[in-house]
Structure formats: structure tokens, C-alpha cells
Write a protein that binds this ligand. Structure first.
Ligand code: SAH
Ligand code: MG
Length: 217
């Protein structure tokens, strides 16, 4: 067999471990053509979410922030046939693009994209929980609010994951009052020290903050 070579390590990692199929490859270029911003998770983050969801046998997943459904496809693909993926999205256009992409991926039967403020819509989800995995990737200032919900509505042994944990490269700095990234600083400090969580950063893409929910015993 001919040996394959790659131009750099990042390409190697992506091509070997985080390969996108043809459908995933088309999602973000298609979204850009419709005017959506190119702010989805990376393929490496997608593969990591997929691995995390699979490893805990997730059947119910909640997402804050759908955009075009890119992360949603990775997550919903990790579900069994009777699994449920709910994604909360404030922008109706993003929600529509997201629904179309999830349907194109054959996941319409197990996915539900709801339009509105995440912090409002989440209140209706208490009865639909507890969730096995909560993925937080919407407005950064509300990360602590989404964390409060996730702490109450994720099962023991489940995972709470947040994207952009490096604060777009600034989480280590003193940020201005009112800077949304301060929400990420607070989120990180809380999950790192919470007695019911075991947390760490997986430094893929803009960093995933991953927290395992422990029992109360
Ligand atoms: N998870 C997506 C990217 C999400 S980008 C992916 O990786 O593919 C962040 C999304 O959060 C945007 O679509 C934005 O419209 C949405 N958003 C911003 N503020 C929100 C809010 N208050 N409630 C729900 N969604 C929000
Ligand atoms: Mg993100």
C-alpha cells in the first residue's frame, strides 16, 4: 500500500480522525452562501462531540445555538434511532437553515430546532429532561445561565460541554465590563471548581470545556 503523506499535523489529524463526509463538507459553505456567519465548531470538535455522546450512550441531547446545524448533525448522528436532539436558536433564519440541514442528513425524525431565546425556551424543557448531554454554544454572556439549567437537568453520568472556552483566545486576560467573554471566564471558573463536576478543557477548535456530572452521595 502506498504511504500517504500530509502537509502538516493539523491536516493529518483532520484527514485521519475528523473526516467530514460529503454532506458535512457542504453545510458551512452552503450556510455562508445564505449569509450565515462561518462560526460553527471545527470538524475536530464535531468528532469530539460525537465521541463524547457515543461514549455515554446519549439518548437525549440539548444544544444552545444551532446556527446551520453543523454541530447538530455531529451530535444527532451519535443518537440511537429513538434518540432526541433539541436545539435552541434565537435567529429564525438560522433555525430554518439548521432544520433543512438536519433533514438532509436524514435526522428530521429525531431532531427539534426551536426558535427563541435559549434562556426562555429552556424553561419548557425541564419536563423533557433530564438530558444526557448539554452542549452550550450560543451567546457567551449567558453561559452561566445555561450552566445553571444544565446542572439541574443533566443526568448523573451525563456531560455538559461548552464551545469557545478559550474566549476567542482571550479568556486568560482581564476583560472589560460588559464584554460577553466574561461569561465564559465565569463559566470556566465555575465548572472547574464545582463539587458535582469533573471538568477539563479539550483543546480542539476554540476549546471545548467538558464536565462530567457526578452524583450527590
Ligand atoms: N453550534 C453551532 C454554532 C452556533 S453559533 C455549530 O457549531 O454549528 C451561535 C448561535 O447562537 C447563532 O446561530 C446565534 O444566532 C445563536 N444565539 C445567539 N444568542 C442566542 C440566544 N440568546 N438564544 C439562542 N440562540 C442564540
Ligand atoms: Mg462556538
Amino acid at each position: 500500500m502506498a504511504e500517504l503523506t500530509y502537509p502538516d499535523l493539523d491536516t493529518y489529524r483532520r484527514e485521519v480522525f475528523a473526516r467530514e463526509d460529503e454532506l458535512l463538507k457542504r453545510v458551512m459553505p452552503g450556510a455562508a452562501a445564505q449569509g450565515l456567519p462561518p462560526i460553527s465548531i471545527s470538524p475536530e470538535s464535531g468528532k469530539t462531540l460525537y465521541l463524547l455522546a457515543k461514549s455515554i450512550g446519549a439518548k437525549k441531547i440539548l444544544e444552545f445555538g444551532s446556527l446551520a446545524g453543523y454541530s447538530g448533525i455531529w451530535l444527532a448522528r451519535a443518537l440511537p434511532d429513538d434518540g432526541r436532539f433539541v436545539s435552541l436558536e434565537v435567529d429564525p433564519k438560522h433555525a430554518e437553515v439548521s432544520r433543512k440541514n438536519l433533514a438532509a442528513a436524514g435526522l428530521a425524525d429525531r431532531t427539534d430546532v426551536r426558535v427563541g431565546e435559549g434562556a426562555v425556551l429552556m424553561r419548557d424543557l425541564v419536563d423533557e429532561g433530564p438530558f444526557d448531554l448539554v452542549f452550550i454554544d450560543a451567546d457567551k454572556e449567558n453561559y452561566p445561565v445555561y450552566l445553571d439549567f444544565a446542572l439541574e437537568n443533566t443526568r448523573v453520568g451525563g456531560l455538559i460541554v461548552a464551545d469557545n472556552a478559550n474566549g476567542h483566545g482571550h479568556v486568560h486576560e482581564a476583560l472589560e465590563t460588559g464584554d460577553g467573554r466574561r461569561g465564559i471566564q465565569e463559566y470556566n471558573r465555575r465548572v472547574a471548581t464545582h463539587p458535582r463536576l469533573v471538568s477539563n478543557i479539550i483543546p480542539v477548535g476554540g476549546w471545548l470545556a467538558v464536565s462530567l456530572v457526578l452524583g450527590t452521595d
